[in-house]
Design a protein around this ligand. Structure first.
Ligand code: SF4
Length: 331
């Protein structure tokens, strides 16, 4: 536990950041966060480090210490451009692996190596081999929410934002789509290609139901419902718009719906509400327990001690890079 103090100097240095998050973080909570933010930002400069933060990270991380924020696709794209020596991934383990695959010569740190993902842990390379033997000739399309080892035996990666486009762009008419059964189902509704899905699911998005969306509509009049394609089909049917976190953000920035609900992890709403205080966000809260393993204390500890370094077998890096590069080319 760090014993950093909220001094007038810290208050002044974080004044601008607090201005951006004041509608989602109370002054009392800010006093415990601001000294950590100052120290993390100082260490980043000293060590030439950058922090990549996923849209599901809390506003103190998202606005306070992150250098690059976004969905998995944006983090992957930006990770290839950084000139920093050290990348700290404020996200889950497969994202840190992706950063390492794209930057094998850099040091990639994850503040908590137990930050996993129910999708990534639902499938192994042996399972992919099994699918290939069952559907010979089909192209293996892997969601980025997979381990480096699974990417290494895949043909192309996708994110929730580009899955539709990439499935259409590849030559094969038969697709093994893994590991998210719901994203696979959603993509199958958008293409004439044959999709063979793995049965994984996001433990956060699968909790939502179409009935719950109906109840929200009954309780809050005139809401616009945006849902993530990792949600089950009845949720998507009950929603007004389906998109990745980046696509939800664009929708909100461009359309400015007066009352909106995001059917996804709850920090996403906090981060968008901080940037759009004029809109009313109905915030049903489903936390991702893996994303929430990352906090300011652990990020600081990670930078101080250079832990936990993400290490991947060089052969796996080479093999896993191919489907990611293919995705980046096609998107
Ligand atoms: S929200 Fe779902 S898909 Fe994203 S990291 Fe958590 S468990 Fe995985």
């Amino acid at each position: 536990m760090h014993n950093l103090k909220y001094t007038p100097a810290v208050e002044k240095e974080t004044e601008e950041i607090y201005h951006r998050v004041q509608n989602v973080i109370t002054p009392a909570r800010w006093q415990s966060m601001a000294p950590l933010i100052v120290e993390i930002n100082r260490l980043k400069r000293e060590k030439n480090a950058v922090i990549l933060a996923h849209n599901y990270q809390t506003p103190d991380i998202f606005y306070g210490v992150a250098d690059i924020v976004g969905d998995s696709l944006k983090l992957a794209q930006e990770a290839t451009k950084t000139t920093a020596d050290i990348i700290v991934q404020a996200g889950v383990y497969f994202m840190a692996e992706t950063a390492k695959i794209l930057n094998p010569q850099k040091t990639v740190l994850i503040p908590d190596p137990l930050a996993g993902c129910s999708l990534a842990s639902s499938i192994t390379p042996d399972d992919v081999a099994l699918m290939r033997s069952k559907y010979p000739g089909a192209t293996v399309v892997s969601y980025v929410n997979t381990s480096a080892a699974v990417k290494a035996v895949s043909d192309v990666c996708v994110t929730s934002g580009n899955a539709e486009k990439i499935v259409e762009a590849i030559e094969s008419d038969e697709i093994i789509f893994l590991p998210d059964q719901y994203l696979a189902h959603y993509v199958a509704t958008k293409t004439t290609k044959k999709i063979y899905a793995w049965k994984g699911a996001c433990e956060v998005h699968e909790l939502f139901t179409g009935k719950y969306v109906d109840e929200l509509r009954a309780e809050h009049k005139n809401i616009v419902v945006l849902a993530h394609p990792e949600c089950p089909p009845d949720v998507l049917e009950a929603s007004d718009y389906i998109g990745s976190t980046a696509q939800m953000q664009t929708y909100i920035e461009q359309k400015q719906p007066a009352r909106v609900v995001l059917i996804t992890e709850c920090s996403m709403s906090d981060n968008l509400f901080a940037a759009n205080p004029n809109l009313e966000f109905i915030r049903p809260c489903q936390l991702c327990p893996h994303m929430k393993r990352i906090d300011l204390e652990k990020i600081l500890h990670s930078l101080e001690t250079m832990t936990h370094e993400v290490l991947i077998d060089p052969d796996i890096i080479t093999a896993a890079r191919r489907p990611i590069d293919r995705m980046l080319e096609l998107s």
